[in-house]
Design a protein around this ligand. Structure first.
Ligand code: C2E
Ligand code: MG
Ligand code: MG
Ligand code: MG
Length: 288
C-alpha cells in the first residue's frame, strides 16, 4: 500500500501507523493471558494523613511484566484493556488481590482500588464487590473505589443507581483525577463522594504556577464545604507537600512520601520530611 503526499512522507507515516496498530493488537492478545500466566502484580502506594504523616492506607496499582517487553505501564495497557474488554477480568483480579492483602493489614488501614468506567457499567459490579468483601473478610469501610469523571458521563441514572448501591454497601467512593478531563462541578453536587483526589498534573506545577495553586485551593475549599476531604496525589517535593498542607488538604500521596511497592512499606524519606515539618509520629508499616 503506497500513498503520496507529494513530499514522500506519507509512506513513512503509514508504516508507522501499521506498526502501532500491530503493537496494539499484540498487547491486546498478550493481555488476555496475563492473569493465567502470572504476569500481573499489585503495587501498593501509601496514602498519608497530611497533618500527622501517618499512613492511612494504600492505593493498589496494577503492574504488568510483559515477557520480552519488561514492565509495561498502566497508562499503556489499561486503555487497551478498556477497549478490548479485558479490563473486566483485570479489574476483578486486582480487586480480589488487593482486598485479600488489605484484610491482613492492621484494622484502620484502607485499600484504594481503581475502577474503570467500563467496569462501572457492568450490571453486576455491586454484587462482585460484595462477593469479594465476603470472600476476603475485608470490612466494607476499608475499601475505597476510585472512579474518574469518565465513569460519570454515560447513562446518568444508571451511574447514580450504581453509586447509591455501592454507598449502601458501605464502601467508600473516591473521585479520582479531579480537575481534568470531563470535570464538572455538578458531578460533586449529584453524589456525596467520600473523598476527592486532585489530579497530579496540578501538584507537579504547584511551586511555580499560581493558577494551579488557586485551582487546588478552590478544590480543597469546595471539598470542605461539601463534606468531602481532599487528597493530593503526585507529591514529589517537600515544597509541594507544604503548599497543599497549608491549603488544608487532608491526605497526601506521592513519590516524596512513598513509591508504589509490591511490598507495602514506609520509606525513610517520608519520615524525614514530616519530622522536619510538623509533628509527625506514629507511622507504622503494615504487619505482613
Ligand atoms: P491513578 O489512579 O491516578 O494513580 C496514580 C498514578 O500516579 C500511578 O501511576 C502512580 O504510580 C503515579 N504516581 C505516584 N506518585 C507519583 C508522583 O509523585 N509523581 C508522579 N508523576 N506520579 C506518581 P501508574 O501506577 O502508572 O498508573 C497510572 C494510571 O493507570 C492510574 O492513575 C490509573 O488511572 C490507571 N491504573 C493503574 N492501575 C489500575 C487498575 O488496577 N485498574 C484501573 N482501572 N486503572 C488502573
Ligand atoms: Mg487512582
Ligand atoms: Mg489519580
Ligand atoms: Mg489516572
Amino acid at each position: 500500500r503506497v500513498k503520496h503526499d507529494g513530499r514522500g512522507r506519507a509512506c513513512f507515516f503509514d508504516a508507522e501507523m501499521d506498526e502501532a496498530a500491530r503493537n496494539r493488537r499484540q498487547i491486546e492478545s498478550d493481555l488476555r493471558h496475563a492473569i493465567t500466566r502470572n504476569q500481573l502484580n499489585v503495587s501498593y502506594q501509601p496514602i498519608l494523613n497530611a497533618q500527622s504523616g501517618e499512613i492511612t492506607g494504600y492505593e493498589a496499582l496494577m503492574r504488568w511484566h510483559r515477557p520480552g517487553h519488561g514492565m509495561t505501564e498502566p497508562d499503556v495497557f489499561i486503555p487497551i484493556a478498556e477497549e478490548s474488554g479485558s479490563i473486566v477480568q483485570l479489574g476483578e483480579w486486582i480487586l480480589q488481590q488487593a482486598c485479600m492483602e488489605a484484610a491482613r493489614w492492621p484494622q484502620p488501614l484502607t485499600i484504594a482500588v481503581n475502577v474503570s468506567p467500563v467496569q462501572f457499567m457492568l450490571p453486576n459490579l455491586c454484587e462482585r464487590v460484595e462477593a469479594v468483601l465476603a470472600e476476603t473478610g475485608l470490612a466494607p469501610d476499608r475499601l475505597e473505589l476510585e472512579i474518574t469523571e469518565a465513569a460519570l458521563i454515560r447513562d446518568r441514572d444508571r451511574v447514580m443507581a450504581t453509586l447509591q448501591r455501592l454507598y449502601k454497601l458501605g464502601v467508600h467512593i473516591v473521585m479520582d483525577d479531579f480537575g481534568t478531563g470531563f470535570s464538572s462541578l455538578s458531578n460533586l453536587r449529584s453524589f456525596p463522594f467520600d473523598k476527592i483526589k486532585v489530579d497530579r498534573s496540578f501538584t507537579g506545577v504547584l511551586e511555580h504556577d499560581a493558577a494551579a495553586r488557586s485551582i487546588v485551593r478552590a478544590i480543597i475549599g469546595l471539598g470542605h464545604s461539601l463534606g468531602m476531604p481532599v487528597v493530593t496525589e503526585g507529591v514529589e517535593t517537600e515544597m509541594q507537600r507544604q503548599i497543599v498542607v497549608e491549603e488544608g488538604c487532608a491526605q497526601v500521596q506521592g513519590l516524596l512520601l512513598g513509591k508504589p511497592d509490591i511490598e507495602p512499606s514506609m520509606k525513610q524519606a517520608a519520615r524525614k520530611s514530616f519530622l522536619s515539618g510538623q509533628a509527625g509520629t506514629g507511622m507504622q508499616p503494615p504487619r505482613r
